[in-house]
Design a protein around this ligand. Sequence first.
Ligand code: AMP
Length: 434
Amino acid sequence: MLQNVRGMRDLMPDDVWKLRFIEGNARRLAELYGYEEVITPIIEHYELLAAKVGEETRKRMYAFVDLGGRKVALRPEFTASIARLVITRMVAAPKPIRLFSFGSLYRYDEPQLGRYREFWQANYELIGSSRPEADVEILCLTNDFLRGLGLRNYTIKVNHIGVLRGILLHEGVPEDGQNAIMQALDKKDWEGAMSLAKSLGVGDACLETLRSIIGIRGYDESTFINEVSNTIKAYPEAISALENFRRTLELSERSGLKAQLYFEAGFARGLEYYTGIIFEAYVPELDIAICGGGRYDRLVESFGGGPLPAIGVAFGVDRIMLAMEKQGISPSRPPRKRVLIIPLDCGLLAEAIKLAGMLRENGIPSEVEVMGRNLSRALSDGSRRDITHAVIIGPKEFSEGKIVFRDMRGKVQEDIRIGDLPAKICPKSSSHRS
Ligand code: AMP
């Protein structure tokens, strides 16, 4: 009973500090790119969340019936909620709509390093444009986010899901069947994908094409595009998807996107709603994706909104924390002042509490000794807890309007006037509040 539920973690102060550091970076980036922050509920209707999330995630959702008899679920991702919000609250908003969200998500995944049942994402959605420049914006934002945190040597794996879907569509495979094949590809179950395709009536020539496609991968863009292009000659829908991909890649190169891209024609993502470019980022130290995204031009429409093309990216904050650790990136916590106020006898407790209030009014974090310890024990406890300054209130000094001020690091102390305390601790603190 006292153990965490499997897959759930407590975040200790240092973890929270790192998480908030990444959150702060994410929010600053949102501002720089013009994304407005929204907060959507953690609980949504099951049908909304389940509709397009893909079989793998669908069966891992925390779903339950609430006390009012509604079938609800904890969100396993942000995009469905954002699509709902756009349809219900932002239908007349000028396009494009740029939205940012940060929060926790829930999936009944098998817990392991970097895979938890409660995890955090920073999520960006660009809604209303189907153009390559929108794709390039999301790629640039992804690169800026990862680079801004100091991550190195990451690779962004990219593909255009329209190529695979175009081949399957041409072969008459219905969307459900396409989705099942995508799920198998997402799990790198190439053989499973091929036998599924066969069972769905895909002919031998097309199976051969699929097999070749799945094998095309590499760092060189033009080799990749040429190889795919030569393989899909019989499939007009796939050809136009590849042309769209080529235009996005060309624009990103001309725009100076400085990211290592890796092209993989058999790469698919588990979420069912993707229609265009898809991508995931990896660092060499971890074999799990630290972010994922892609274009989803029909999701909003499938929920009953108008045709509204969109593209988004979600950063896995927990995995980014891991990646930073693996690369030795430890953002330093800015030095902070922490004052401990120690009354020398009980009669001075009220003065200690008032003094703490006065310091906090001046923006100085202050704690009162609340354990009734004597001076030496209170001071040694303060050293253990990174207290930077102690303020000792003794009856004699206090009757003269003074206190003893102790610098805990230098272990030196002096009597000073109470009114001089804020300026002594924090030379700029008096202007701090103006
Ligand atoms: P997705 O919503 O599946 O596109 O995932 C986007 C990102 O969220 C992934 O690239 C991971 O970094 C992160 N993520 C997904 N599932 C988990 C999980 N169970 N635990 C931790 N991070 C996750």
